[in-house]
Design a protein around this ligand. Structure first.
Ligand code: 0X9
Ligand code: ZN
Length: 309
């Protein structure tokens, strides 16, 4: 049995054929209101065969509202796993759970869809006349130390204190409650074509198992490249991107989750020859290719968790 909860509320319009897949019982996909009270924020989907104490891989997307390709890639991943359970992924999903939260900032996503394409933050507020907190600056680990603004009108506003946002509170609660079984955490963003590992708050600063993290990241990047030739940059997050504290990645690593990655999906940001210059506005024709190549990268981490410590 494959368990999927409440994916229907965050179907990306560009992926709406998912709803038409007859193999999936979309009525069963509706959340059980006893398990998930509707007044609580929840978007996670556990894919696997129910069994106690299974190790798990967490994948989230849509932290940043305008990074639509992330949400679409998460939905594609759900579709691949659900439809491939009885064939390709039986051993994997009988051994580990894959928890997919395909849109962890849904009101921001909707705002980006309907009102302001370039919207990034949550939609809380107003504070000093401005809305939203950067949900990837609002986590407690080294909160506010780098790459943030204290101005509520900034796109990288870190909030009045850590965990002011429903989005970060609920995700934190889930990760905390399951940090013994969740062995991997991948947060999908765009753009840049980068596969990066902690720490993120400071350059030249690495967890003790950085070599493990890097080696697996290189395998994931190779798996991506094998599909459509897209070359991902692998590196430490702060060194490769820019230091920014208060992210979900650093927090996850700090609570003992081993395989923590931030993935910046297509398009590229100019660091390889074939990069497109679309920024967040990735044309629709690249949605499926992006999802197709990302999926085996994600499965590298899933398979690593399956085979053990
Ligand atoms: O700045 C971010 O939050 C991410 N880049 S994005 O362009 N998608 O906004 C990178 C996040 C890396 N992790 C942390 N800085 N903690
Ligand atoms: Zn982002």
């Amino acid at each position: 049995k494959v368990v999927v909860n409440d994916v229907s509320v965050m179907i990306d319009r560009s992926m709406k054929e998912q709803q038409e897949k007859p193999e999936i019982d979309w009525k069963a996909v509706k959340a059980d209101p006893n398990q998930f009270p509707l007044d609580q924020y929840h978007t996670h989907d556990d894919i696997g065969t129910p069994k106690p104490n299974k190790n798990a891989l967490w994948i989230d997307a849509g932290v940043h509202a305008r990074e639509w390709i992330a949400d679409a890639t998460a939905l594609y991943t759900i579709s691949q796993l659900v439809n491939g359970y009885s064939t390709k992924f039986k051993t994997l999903l009988d051994t580990i759970d894959i928890i997919i939260a395909p849109s962890v900032n849904p009101d921001g996503y909707e705002y980006s869809r309907l009102t302001d394409r370039n919207w990034r933050k949550t939609r809380s507020g107003p504070r000093q006349g401005c809305y939203g907190v950067d949900a990837n600056r609002n986590w407690s680990f080294h909160w506010g130390e780098s790459g943030v603004s204290t101005n509520p009108c900034s796109d990288v506003y870190d909030g009045p204190s850590p965990f002011t946002e429903k989005n970060t509170q609920n995700m934190k609660a889930y990760l905390d409650a399951n940090n013994k079984t969740i062995k991997g955490m991948i947060t999908l963003h765009s753009y840049g074509e980068d596969w990066t590992y902690p720490w993120s708050y400071k350059t030249n600063t690495y967890p003790p198992d950085v070599n493990d993290l890097k080696a697996l990241a290189l395998q994931a990047a190779a798996a991506i490249q094998a599909i459509h030739g897209t070359k991902y940059l692998v590196g430490n997050t702060a060194d490769s991107l820019t230091p920014a504290a208060g992210g979900s990645d650093d927090y996850s690593k700090s609570i003992g989750i081993k395989w923590v990655y931030t993935v910046e999906l297509r398009p590229g940001d100019g660091d390889t020859a074939n990069d497109h210059q679309y920024g967040f506005n990735l044309p629709a024709e690249f949605i499926i290719p992006t999802a197709e190549e990302t999926f085996p990268g994600l499965m590298v981490v899933a398979n690593r968790i399956m085979t053990g410590p």
